[in-house]
Design a protein around this ligand. Structure first.
Ligand code: 5RP
Length: 228
């Protein structure tokens, strides 16, 4: 007798990407996030593309994928309201608070999420955590402020490092840099998000607590679990 093999992380991402289609109403303009899980959602969107009026995207990468499947992409300034924004997360807790920005798109993700009535987080089960802080916290910063922001994190017990790409500082879609901060225990996500966002030179902190997930579709070995 053979035991059925457990789904891979990639298969779980496919599952939740497809499950998110149930939150897309025909004729909608859809808010689309960034990352490998969202790429599965974009693949699923391709199967209903005639029902999707347009999308607002949180990154150049997602915009290219959406256009490649024939979905028009609008500038966020052209849209007043979205019914749904679908995006992944690096960590999500039981309250729907998230850490995001592993793909460096956190600022645009917050901007698009802020237009949406509902934030649908799609994630494989490894992303669900009891408390935020295991994943290094991404913070988009103005380059000239990077060192002072690094020192501020040190006083909170965190070690910030500049994210590199091909040996050079990674440059975001907004022309800024990313600090990844290890060693933090984010005990008060709402308070931390507000406080860090006030530091001079911080463009966006990757804590999504004020804009938490309305619903999380979590891919597990047993199927898709819906957490509200
Ligand atoms: C990008 C993000 C992503 O949503 C997050 O990094 C999760 O990505 P993935 O689905 O590839 O695990 O915040 O800035």
């Amino acid at each position: 007798m053979t035991t059925p093999s457990l789904p891979t992380q990639d298969e779980l991402k496919t599952l939740v990407g497809q499950a998110a289609l149930r939150y897309v109403t025909p004729g909608d303009i859809v808010g689309v996030g960034t990352g490998s899980t969202v790429n599965k959602f974009i693949e699923a969107l391709a199967t209903i593309k005639d029902q999707v009026r347009a999308a607002v995207s949180s990154s150049v990468a997602s915009t290219e994928r959406l256009r490649a499947i024939g979905i028009p992409v609008l500038d966020a300034n052209e849209v007043e309201k979205l019914s749904v924004y679908v995006d992944g997360a690096d960590e999500i807790d039981g309250h729907g608070y998230m850490v995001k920005g592993g793909g460096a798109a956190l600022t645009r993700e917050k901007i698009v999420a802020a237009l949406a009535q509902r934030f649908v987080c799609i994630a494989d089960a490894s992303k669900l955590v009891p408390a935020l802080g295991q994943f290094p916290l991404p913070v988009e910063v103005i380059p000239m402020a990077a060192q002072q922001i690094t020192r501020r994190f040190t006083t909170l017990g965190g070690q910030a490092t500049l994210r590199l790409k091909d040996g050079q500082p990674l440059v975001t879609d907004n022309g800024q840099h990313i600090l990844d901060v290890r060693g933090l225990q984010i005990t008060d996500p709402l308070g931390w998000e507000s406080a860090i966002n006030q530091w001079p030179g911080v463009v966006t902190v990757g804590i999504f607590a004020h804009q938490k997930a309305s619903v999380c579709l979590l891919g597990t070995a047993q199927g898709v679990e819906t957490i509200t």
